[in-house]
Design a protein. Structure first.
Length: 434
């Protein structure tokens, strides 16, 4: 094999980076952030981000509020972000040395395959964490999207959660793309004819619509949909001050444990969604139940198995009841309330989906809800290597050529360091048709 020049190395890395970027669906849908410094095989990186507190605002007639008993307490929440993982693609030396011009790079099936495969794998990783992070799940969990209302219900839910209209993205699969296009084709106007020629694309309700085959599936546990798991003990609500910071439960803020009675040895899977009777969603902006009233949905954050008729689930959101607690916690809980009331003892949970069912959620995501944290990988002291930062998102690819003195083998590897972290689960909604 011939020698590889520096310019040749650059064009290969540039072409890989460009192909990777162009094939990343999540490049548009979530936030990407690159930290300073370098990551090696030992260090990793942790970053703590502060969450803005909320306050209870009151109205007083004929004067101002009497604060002689003191002002409201303040609790700053926090979320812990980590970078501990990497993605790799690699190729043999023969595929690499054939690339001697930008034209060769564009035509190289090996280079295209490596970069596209990495993009697909990264998309699948991001989507699996982002989509199943949501506690809001509309629809039946399986049906494709073929009507406007199927997607609009997710938008309505985010508006109930106080989410703005900026940087929203629908993410669906290509079956939905086909079925939505079919609906437009049937319209007796020019838009239908245009869809017939070009397919469905662009926006839905003014929201950017993306299509990918990398959306996750969720296999539910062996629990029944209803009639099995019941609340074991009343008043399992918590104070916001106790769950505001990362690391309290399951390493994330606004989470708690929920003790249940269960029937036999049943399993519960991370990402599952359930409701509890008489526990309604609360709008802490207007200090009232969400209208029209609906039961608050909760998501399971970690797999669990019932043993001897009992199980403890880690859930989101934490159940914070307005006016609960004592002292400063009364106003703090009211400002950050998530539910109208704590569940009663023996209240029976209702889960979305039958036992061991396969759910296939689509998602509406606000960009700031999910953050992909990246960091450049350290350049090795041996062999030949270089790095290239993608132009549209802050992700740095490291290319490393290696030769083995003893075996004579040559190879090239491409690596990126990144972790997906959830900044705000309430800014994500899962949905299906019904």
């Amino acid at each position: 094999m011939g020698a590889v020049t520096t310019e040749q190395q650059k064009l290969v890395l540039n072409a890989f980076a460009m192909t990777l970027q162009n094939n990343l669906v999540t490049a548009q849908a979530v936030t990407w952030n690159e930290y300073d410094g370098e990551m090696d095989d030992r260090n990793g990186l942790q970053v703590l981000e502060q969450v803005t507190p909320r306050y209870t605002v009151t109205r007083t007639e004929n004067g101002v509020k009497d604060l002689s008993t003191g002002t409201d307490g303040t609790v700053f929440g926090s979320e812990l972000f980590e970078i501990t993982g990497t993605f790799n693609a690699n190729m043999g030396w023969g595929d690499f040395v054939k690339i001697k011009s930008i034209g060769d790079a564009r035509e190289s099936k090996a280079l295209l395959g490596a970069a596209t495969s990495m993009a697909e794998r990264i998309d699948a990783y991001v989507m699996a964490i982002a989509v199943n992070a949501s506690c809001d799940y509309l629809g039946d969990g399986t049906t494709s999207i073929d009507e406007w209302i199927d997607a609009a219900q997710a938008y309505a839910r985010l508006k109930e959660n106080g989410v703005g209209d900026n940087d929203l993205s629908f993410i669906m699969n290509h079956t939905d793309e086909m079925k939505l296009g079919d609906q437009l084709v049937k319209l007796p106007n020019e838009s239908g004819a245009g869809t017939y020629r070009r397919g469905f694309s662009g926006e839905l309700s003014g929201i950017k619509t993306l299509f990918t085959n990398q959306l996750p599936v969720l296999t539910t546990g062996t629990r029944l949909a209803t009639g099995e798991a019941a609340i074991n003990g009343a008043n399992q609500n918590v104070n916001y001050a106790d769950v505001a910071k990362a690391g309290t439960v399951n390493g994330r803020r606004m989470t708690q444990t929920l003790v249940l009675d269960a029937a036999g040895t049943k399993t519960y899977r991370a990402g599952e969604v359930f409701t509890i009777p008489d526990v309604f969603a609360f709008d802490n902006r207007k200090q009232a139940a969400v209208s029209p009233a609906r039961l608050q949905q909760f998501t399971v954050l970690a797999d669990a198995t019932a043993v001897a008729g009992a199980v403890t689930l880690t859930i989101y959101p934490a159940m914070i009841v307005p006016g609960s607690g004592s002292g400063d916690n009364i106003n703090i809980n009211t400002a950050h309330a998530t539910v109208t009331a704590a569940p009663a003892d023996n209240a029976v949970l209702t889960f979305l989906g039958a036992a061991s069912a396969t759910l296939s959620p689509r998602a509406l995501i606000q960009k700031e809800a999910v953050i992909v944290n990246t960091v450049p990988l350290i350049l090795p002291a041996s062999d030949t290597s270089m790095r290239r930062r993608l132009s549209k998102i802050p992700l740095t690819v490291r290319m490393w050529q290696h030769s083995d003195f003893y075996t004579g083998e040559h190879g090239v590897r491409f690596d990126v360091a990144m972790n997906v972290n959830i900044r705000e689960r309430m800014r994500i909604a899962r949905f299906n048709g019904s």
